[in-house]
Design a protein around this ligand. Structure first.
Ligand SMILES: Cc1ncc(C[n+]2csc(CCOP(=O)(O)OP(=O)(O)O)c2C)c(N)n1
Length: 584
């Protein structure tokens, strides 16, 4: 059958089962927008291509499927760059399709020409400038395959305008030719047996769980392993929700702003089992001092991660789900032979740390509104039954720390790149992927102003996200660093709380706008926001402008130098730093 390249592109998306794409048209992608009009694929017209990219990411995080974004050449394509880099850092499967100037003009500095495959080479898992219209179905099929298999990531397909207009011969499924692309197969049974033996023998084990566990839907297998091993579990910023925070073995988040118990447990562990995690500097603190007493098992689907930062004693290359299943089976056999692992003393220690050094903040009845309180009330009022999306900064850390996550794919954020402006468009994408579910963006006033224009998209497309702005009038996280490390010299961090008027802005965008500045109003305002249907809601929470995020490990310092924060006495801080370990 003869089709145009554009028709073939749209049909390929349909064949891939794509239900929604986020994009914004322009000259070189116009041929594709024409058949899109009569396609079963829903197109959501964003206001800025960065929004399309983050929406595709939010969709992918929320659904586990591959998100799709479309842009025109030149500035349309370059506006996708931040989202592609974000998806690359966080291993989010998205496919970006860009128009390119016609083949004969490529390389001539034509109007709206940008070498987008060159620009995105280091921030995509794969990209391709298509040079033959007959290849369009294969290019799309390969893009989805590469984006979603192995360690997921972004793929960009750049298609010159003349190829979209050209006639091609359609056939599906296309033959894929990917000789250099291999997805790791079954994990090595010997490595799994060695890891299980270490877990069985450990007295102070910690499961260090990263985003890979969510990506491989391995949460049930993780729960089984943790309970068999009686090993406490820490979930990184990328893995919140992979293990229920309500479980007695849950330690919360590790890292720079992690819970004390999670940070200290890793430091004191005799065995760290890292699963789908990458020993990121925000988790390890000064690498040389991270988990100094621990043997390490490192499970990852990407062999390049293994030994990158910490050389493991037992490397296991494979899909987290398959590995966790194998580990649990192996451990279960060891338990039948030799009894359960002896971790009771260790769990006693971690439980006492949880009691003595919890996350602590002070909300006075008449005092300034604390962001932590708003997160806690949201968590309580929703019963944790929400998809929570965040921006980047203090509000992100407060949300990650204080919301009680119990299910995977309920926490979406920009962990690796740390992209301000992520929340609103990512929430839009999550809502498109999970219609009818509650999607709440917790955003900073600085972040919100970077991509707030997508509220128009949400209102028109009837994507009723809730946006809770934690309006502290500052680029709060930067302000905190200036307070702690630059002698309170506040350089260019004050935004002001009143411009823009977020309630009016929300209304101008066709959303409901609410405001709250008192603790005793939080429940009523949240109830009101949660009751809105059909249109997005924005709440301007006027939160305390001086509130910091604690605990905190200063950047580049060893995790043992963790600072509990102003709500703890000097004695408590001393006790936390000089840990007496009955179990050691
Ligand atoms: C695009 C981008 N620019 C700059 C930064 C550096 N940065 C990290 S957090 C932050 C402040 C965020 O302020 P706000 O959104 O108000 O959140 P808060 O920290 O106050 O909760 C900045 C500027 C960033 N992460 N991303």
């Amino acid at each position: 059958m003869q089709l145009t390249g554009a028709q073939a592109l749209v049909r390929s998306l349909e064949q891939q089962g794509v239900e929604v794409v986020f994009g914004l048209p322009g000259g070189t992608i116009l041929p594709t927008y024409d058949p899109l009009l009569s396609s079963s694929v829903r197109h959501i017209l964003v206001r800025h291509e960065q929004g399309a990219g983050h929406a595709a990411e939010g969709y992918a995080w929320a659904t586990g499927r591959t998100g799709v974004c479309i842009a025109t050449s030149g500035p349309g394509a370059t506006n996708l760059v931040t989202a592609l880099a974000d998806a690359y850092m966080d291993s989010v499967p998205i496919v970006a399709i860009t128009g390119q100037v016609s083949s004969a003009m490529v390389g001539t500095d034509a109007f709206q020409e940008a070498d987008i495959t060159g620009i995105t080479l280091p921030i995509t898992k794969h990209n391709e400038l298509v040079t033959d219209a007959d290849r369009i179905p294969a290019a799309i099929a390969e893009a989805f395959h590469i984006a979603s298999t192995g360690r997921p990531g972004p793929v960009l397909v750049d298609i010159p305008k003349d190829l979209q207009q050209a006639q091609m011969t359609w056939s599906w499924p296309p033959a894929m030719a990917l000789p250099g692309y291999q997805v790791p197969g079954d994990p090595d049974p010997a490595a799994i047996a060695a890891a299980a033996a270490l877990l069985h023998a450990a007295r102070r084990p910690v499961l260090y769980v990263g985003g890979g566990v969510i990506k491989s839907s391995a949460h049930d297998e993780l729960l089984r392993l943790a309970e068999l091993a009686q090993a406490p579990v820490t979930t990184t910023l990328m893995a919140r929700g992979a293990f229920p925070d309500t479980h007695p073995l849950a330690l919360g988040m590790p890292g720079m702003h992690g819970c004390y118990t999670a940070v200290a447990a890793l430091q004191e562990a005799d065995l760290v089992v890292a699963i789908g995690a990458r020993f990121d500097d925000r988790v390890t603190g000064r690498l040389a001092d991270f988990a100094p007493r621990a043997k390490v098992v490192h499970v990852d689907i990407d062999p390049a991660e293994i030994g990158k930062n910490r050389v493991p004693d037992v490397p296991v290359v494979g899909d987290a789900r398959a590995v966790l299943r194998g580990l649990a089976d192996c451990l279960s056999a060891l338990i039948s032979e030799a009894g359960p692992p002896d971790t009771a003393g260790w769990l006693g220690v971690t439980d006492s740390w949880k009691r003595r050094f919890p996350l602590r903040y002070a909300q006075a009845a008449d005092g300034p509104l604390k962001p932590q309180y708003v997160v806690e009330r949201l968590s309580m009022l929703t019963g944790g039954d929400a998809v929570v999306v965040s921006g980047v900064g203090q509000h992100q850390m407060h949300a990650a720390q204080h919301f009680s996550f119990t299910k995977p794919r309920t926490w979406i954020n920009s962990g690796g790149l740390g992209t301000m402006g992520f929340a609103v468009p990512a929430a839009m994408g999550a809502q498109a992927g999970r219609p009818g579910e509650l999607v709440v963006a917790i955003d900073g006033d600085g972040c919100f102003q970077m991509t707030a224009q997508e509220l128009a998209t949400c209102a028109i497309e009837r994507l009723p996200i809730k946006v809770l702005i934690f309006n502290n009038g500052f680029l709060g996280m930067v302000r905190q660093w200036q307070e702690l490390f630059y002698e309170e010299r506040y350089s260019s961090v004050e935004l002001g709380t009143t411009i823009p008027d977020y309630v009016k802005l929300a209304e101008a965008y066709g959303c409901v706008g609410l405001r709250c500045d008192r603790a005793d109003e939080v429940d009523a305002v949240l109830d009101k926001a949660l009751a809105v249907t059909g249109v997005p809601t924005v709440v301007d929470f006027r939160v305390h402008d001086r509130e910091g995020v604690f605990p905190m490990v200063p950047a580049g310092r060893p995790n043992d130098e963790i600072v509990l924060g102003p709500e703890f006495s000097a004695d408590e801080q001393r006790a936390a730093t000089r840990r007496e370990l009955s179990a050691r």
